[in-house]
Write a protein that binds this ligand. Structure first.
Ligand code: MP5
Length: 217
């Protein structure tokens, strides 16, 4: 059994809990309040913007065969920002001056730390888990919709066939990296998978319930 399948099996319940989040259910049923969705838009805009340097920081450690794809990912993420900017303008959502909420900042800093301090295999696991979480989460929304969503442009970003194929290729690459890795390295990769899954779940909580620093705001 491949590494990705092993992780899928072991953390199946946790993954399902993330996908059952009310943020996704309410987005699918089109009952999500605009303020809640706007909260996600503003926070995820920051996340995607800061994911660009995370990817760039992985490039020096990457095997040669990964460099071109990672460089393409930098520009794809950069391009994604314009979807946020257009949708925010259309729906009157403020992006300028928004600061990252605690969980968002923790997630961003964890990504940067893994890119800088972990071996490539572990950083790649962090990339994989976030992307897989997003394609699976937004597929839940897409499948649940019974009528067009006002947030469709976002749904399309992470459910289009090209994106899904890219996430599948990340899984294949991750399996290949794990195959050549020591037991110790695989344990670290698993740790990063779990960390990432936790952050993803917490990110839906942040969007849904709101989260603030509570001081100096
Ligand atoms: C992604 C995201 C996917 N936008 N936000 C979170 C919290 N996790 C994962 O990354 P990308 O760059 O939008 O494909």
């Amino acid at each position: 059994m491949g590494f990705v399948q092993e992780l899928d099996d072991k953390y199946e319940k946790d993954w399902a809990k993330m996908l059952a989040h009310p943020f996704l259910a309410e987005t699918a049923s089109r009952t999500i309040p605009d303020e809640r969705f706007a909260n996600w838009v503003a926070q995820d805009y920051i996340f995607v913007r800061e994911a660009v340097p995370f990817i760039a920081m992985m490039i020096p450690k990457a095997p040669l065969a990964h460099r071109t794809t990672l460089a393409g990912t930098v520009s794809a993420f950069q391009g994604e920002l314009s979807v946020f900017e257009q949708m925010a303008a259309e729906h009157g959502i403020q992006l300028a001056g928004v600061e990252p909420a605690p969980i968002n900042l923790a997630y961003i800093n964890w990504l940067r730390t893994t890119a800088l301090l972990d071996p490539y295999e572990a950083a790649y696991t962090a990339l994989y888990v976030g992307e897989k979480a997003y394609t699976d989460s937004w597929m839940v929304v897409k499948r649940g919709l019974k009528a067009p969503s006002k947030w469709q442009a976002f749904i399309d970003v992470w459910t289009n066939e090209g994106f899904q194929a890219w996430v599948a290729s990340l899984a294949t690459d991750l399996d290949a990296l794990a195959k050549g890795a020591s037991q110790r390295m695989r344990a670290l990769m698993e740790r990063r998978f779990v960390d990432g899954l936790r952050y993803e779940y917490q990110f839906w909580n942040l969007a849904y319930y709101g989260e603030s620093w509570g001081i100096a705001e």
